[in-house]
Design a protein around this ligand. Structure first.
Ligand code: ATP
Ligand code: MG
Length: 429
């Protein structure tokens, strides 16, 4: 590979975005005679004049050497060891230069399909560059010389707004199929296009995602739906058939029902707007939306098979089977599952209880009332539900704003107390 070293006048990088925390970390590492660079998304985004969302550092110090230098740091990951350094409010990810594998090592760490089970071989800066995913992500910025080192043509790729995988696309996707999801996510968030060669390979290799552990896939789903670009990401996932591997039921309903299409589209657009306005979003809400049509489908089947089954039982079964099926591809952690179930369960209570003022008032104090009401609004405005009750709840909330405020305060106090108890328990340990 040819090495390019770009000076400040050549790269014109906007360094204003770099956090003092990352610069201090690099400085500490360099003072201890290690090589250290800012790499990955932060360099790429700054060259595109976008504020980076986080910072990654690459160094020739090993994870053990890094944690010795920084008090608030820990090693995480097994397949790929990373050090997290906590500085001020930031968490900086520091990785040791990855090396290439010898043939003998590959035999031990690679499955027959080409999947790399472990990637903790250390190497030189040049080798590290080759192990990264896209050329635009393999640029190394040294704050003390103000130079960028480019081994893979990443600077040129950014000028041409191209996302190109480093090396042979098929080999690199087989090593780690999650790179296909990363390509789609980065294309959705950046003014960059996946190059044709890389894109064509995604279209044929998408079933490789089945080899990725469900927990890692769920983490990737979170990144895809929480990044503020969930709508373009979702469309690109569907176009490449990757959606089928991640959320098979959602892919099926989205492609077969215009009502589901409207429901998802509105939910995704709303969610992206909230991120843009710095409003909080919870992954459970979008997951509840994605799986809702399947719950309804299963509910319909159950009722048809057993007309005497009480409605609540039928719903419980439908929810259970839908979540179980989803677990075959990407497992939804328990902490998200309960909120998803509550949003679903509250739908029938919202549509039934509005005539009874007393019951309706109780419902206002439910911790998931707001999410369930937003869900109902979405269902009505997309045409998924014709109950037309959401407007009643809108005015009911306005009249009883005091009840909502009191319930909110009570929950805040409860959370505070829980946090205190947790802190006390941790101190005792
Ligand atoms: P974001 O803006 O989402 O943080 P990013 O490119 O910085 O984008 P990270 O997950 O923070 O994404 O990863 C940091 C860097 O590590 C990437 O830029 C890339 O160089 C490398 N990297 C991450 N995941 C992989 C992977 N699966 N295979 C190879 N390299 C990877
Ligand atoms: Mg990053």
């Amino acid at each position: 590979m040819t090495k390019l070293t770009l000076s400040a006048t050549q790269h014109n990088l906007n360094t204003n975005h770099f956090s003092p925390a990352v610069l201090e970390i690099i400085d500490t590492l360099q003072q201890h005679h290690y090589e250290a660079y800012i790499v990955g998304g932060a360099v790429r985004d700054s060259l595109l004049n976008i504020r980076p969302k986080d910072f990654d550092v690459a160094t020739n110090a090993t994870p053990e050497q890094i944690v010795r230098l920084f008090k608030r740091s820990k090693i995480i990951g097994r397949r790929f060891k990373i050090v997290h350094i906590y500085k001020r409010k930031d968490v900086i990810e520091v990785t040791t230069f990855r090396g290439s594998h010898t043939r003998k090592q590959l035999k031990r760490t690679q499955t027959d399909e080409g999947l790399l089970l472990s990637d903790n071989n250390y190497g030189s800066l040049e080798e590290d560059a080759q192990r990264r995913d896209f050329s635009a992500n393999a640029l190394y910025y040294n704050p003390s010389t103000n130079k960028i080192i480019d081994y893979c043509g990443g600077f040129d790729a950014i000028q041409h707004k191209t996302l190109a995988i480093i090396g042979d696309p098929e080999t690199r996707f087989r090593e780690d199929p999650v790179r296909m999801l990363r390509a789609v996510r980065l294309q959705a968030k950046l003014p960059m296009q996946i190059d044709n060669n890389t894109y064509q390979k995604i279209l044929t290799l998408q079933p490789l995602l089945q080899q990725v552990p469900p927990a890692r896939l769920f983490d990737e789903i979170l990144k895809l739906i929480m990044n503020g670009y969930s709508h373009p990401s979702f469309l690109a996932l569907n176009e490449t058939n990757l959606l089928n591997e991640l959320l098979p039921a959602a892919a099926h309903h989205f492609n077969n029902s215009s009502v589901t299409q409207a429901l998802y589209t509105q939910a995704l657009i709303n969610s992206d707007k909230r991120v843009a306005n710095h409003q909080p979003i919870t992954p459970s809400f979008l997951l509840a939306v994605f799986l809702w049509p399947e719950v309804q489908y299963k509910l319909g089947q159950l009722v048809q098979q057993n007309q005497h089954m009480p409605a609540q039982d039928a719903l419980s079964h439908a929810m259970h089977f839908t979540i179980e099926e989803q677990h075959a591809t990407s497992s939804i952690p328990k902490r998200f599952q309960s909120m998803i179930r509550e949003i679903w369960q509250l739908q029938s209570r919202l549509t039934r209880q509005h005539q009874h003022t007393k019951k309706a008032k109780t419902l206002l104090t439910h911790p998931r009332f707001r999410a369930a009401y937003d869900f109902l609004l979405l269902r009505e405005s997309s045409g998924e539900s014709d109950s037309n009750i959401a407007p009643w709840w809108t005015s009911f909330q306005a009249t009883h704003a005091d009840i909502l405020a009191a319930a909110k305060q009570e929950r805040a106090q409860l959370n505070q107390q829980r946090a205190k108890n947790r802190a006390r328990r941790n101190r005792k340990r």
